[in-house]
Write a protein that binds this ligand. Structure first.
Ligand code: ADE
Length: 233
């Protein structure tokens, strides 16, 4: 799967791209990430300016339409298969695990990271991106949100997590649309807190039943909205 990330701050991604799971997936050619510096698409060769004041007045600056369109069209030309364009914005649909699963079926995603007051509306009118928000709060730019999209999506790709782990039992995942059960490892007792007996006796049916009950009660306590949403599914 290929991700093209369009940003004014490409350096933000360098640490993230070399972190373990992602860099292993890149090394194994399961994932390719190409970061594009939007400033290189500036129509102002001297100052590499890509933003301007909004018509009608108001605070802040907007990212101009021309550099974004030129950059995305060049990215699209690099493959015969068009990439799904995604704009990271607090105005977008809220990212969910279901959406992440859907994104992971695409072979190419093009992620547009906004800054300042956002993009000229014509970027949206022309590219008709999928607009995505990672939550009801405002970030300083779309870069962190783009990392969230990449991070959550690559977990879904076969081979990325390795044989020993699976995303199926994660909270919100296809196998479990509610919260995950609590987990324990050694030691069996710490500061008077013991591992639940049922996990120690090797009775797999009893363990599965205990875990299912924990998922239900934890979700009922913390996120009853998820039970309402997924009852009957
Ligand atoms: N850019 C700024 N805030 C954002 C958010 N909440 N989600 C996605 N992109 C954003």
């Amino acid at each position: 799967m290929r991700f093209d990330i369009v940003t004014l701050f490409p350096e933000i991604f360098s640490g993230y791209l070399t972190q373990s799971l992602l860099s292993k997936a890149i090394d194994a050619s399961l994932v390719e990430i190409v970061v594009h510096d939007l400033r290189q698409w500036s129509t102002d060769p001297r100052h590499h300016k890509i933003d301007d004041r909004p018509f009608g007045g108001g605070p802040g600056m907007l990212i101009c339409v021309e550099p974004v369109i030129n950059c995305v069209e060049e990215i699209q030309r690099q493959s015969s298969e068009p990439g799904q364009v995604i704009m990271l914005t607090p105005q977008g649909d809220r990212l969910s695990q279901e959406l992440v699963e859907n994104l992971s079926t695409h072979r190419r995603l093009i992620l547009l990271c906004g800054r300042y007051e956002g993009f000229d509306q014509r970027v949206i009118d022309i590219l008709q991106p999928m607009e995505l928000s990672i939550g009801d709060y405002v970030l300083n730019g779309g870069e962190v949100a783009a990392m969230v999209v990449v991070d959550s999506t690559i977990r879904m790709l076969p081979g990325v997590l390795g044989d020993e782990s699976s995303s199926l039992e994660d909270s919100f995942s296809r196998g479990n649309r509610i919260l995950e059960f609590p987990q324990y490892t050694r030691p069996r007792e710490y500061r008077g807190l013991s591992v639940p007996e049922v996990l120690l006796n090797g009775n797999h049916e009893a363990i599965a039943a205990w875990r299912a009950k924990q998922c239900q009660s934890r979700t009922a306590d913390r996120r009853s909205d998820l039970l309402d949403k997924h009852s009957g599914s």
